[in-house]
Design a protein around this ligand. Structure first.
Ligand code: FMN
Length: 207
């Protein structure tokens, strides 16, 4: 292998699933924002948001949210949301590139559907939707970011993605949209599974 070089990249988005984040505006409507700094452990999802953004502000005031997971084919709709903010006026640092848009669903051709346990709407076209509540919203120790710790309350999944007769998402049918250094990708073919997988082919499960 050749020797590594030291670089100073402007961003470190090393390939994480895209989330369409629904939060509640002051007037009760839903703000929608693409984001990808998200990870899950147990029933907790941790999100990283720029503190100047409208989503972070909404969550500081109203803790309910929906974590909508788009599939790869939805990338043009995600990108339609990319230059928009729900914050009016647009913060000075974003003014050159972003514009205020109060109707993010309409702007991206996405359809709202009511959530069951929280006030922000779900995105109908997203095959997996996690209704959640923020249990901690705090400034990051470094940088102007807000770290949100959310507890998932209910999971909605397109029926064709569920392993029949189980509570499992079928990883061979579900594919996230990946944000890889500011480019959109889908997943490649399956390479294998961890020893703890509960969705192995039945022949392997019997062994
Ligand atoms: C695919 C994608 C991923 C993004 N990931 C994040 C992220 O993880 N955190 C963040 O603060 N902004 C992220 N952004 C930028 C926000 O979408 C952008 O700041 C937007 O204006 C936020 O909208 P809001 O102000 O209405 O919340 C991402 C944008 C795109 C297109």
């Amino acid at each position: 292998m050749t020797e590594h070089v030291t670089i100073t990249p402007s961003i470190l988005y090393f390939g994480t699933p895209v989330v369409l984040l629904s939060t509640e505006n002051a007037d009760g409507t839903t703000n929608l924002a693409p984001m990808s700094s998200a990870w899950a452990l147990g029933e907790t999802v941790v999100l990283g948001l720029g503190s100047e953004g409208h989503s972070a502000r909404n969550l500081g005031q109203r803790p309910e949210l929906v974590i909508n997971l788009p599939g790869p084919r939805l990338w043009p709709q995600v990108e339609a949301l990319a230059p928009l903010t729900g914050r009016d006026p647009v913060p000075a640092a974003k003014r050159d590139v972003f514009r205020f848009e109060p109707d993010k669903f309409g702007a991206a051709g996405l359809h709202p559907e009511p959530a069951e346990l929280v006030r922000p709407s779900r995105v109908a076209q997203c095959p997996i939707q996690l209704e959640a509540t923020a249990i901690q919203v705090r400034p990051a120790a470094h940088g102007s970011f807000t770290i949100i710790e959310a507890r998932v309350l209910r999971v909605h999944c397109a029926p064709e993605l569920v392993v029949p007769g189980t509570q499992h998402v079928d990883p061979r049918r579900w594919s996230p949209l990946i944000y890889n250094f500011r480019h959109y990708f889908g997943l490649g073919p399956e390479l294998g599974h961890t020893f703890r997988s509960q969705t192995r082919p039945s022949a392997q499960l019997a062994q």
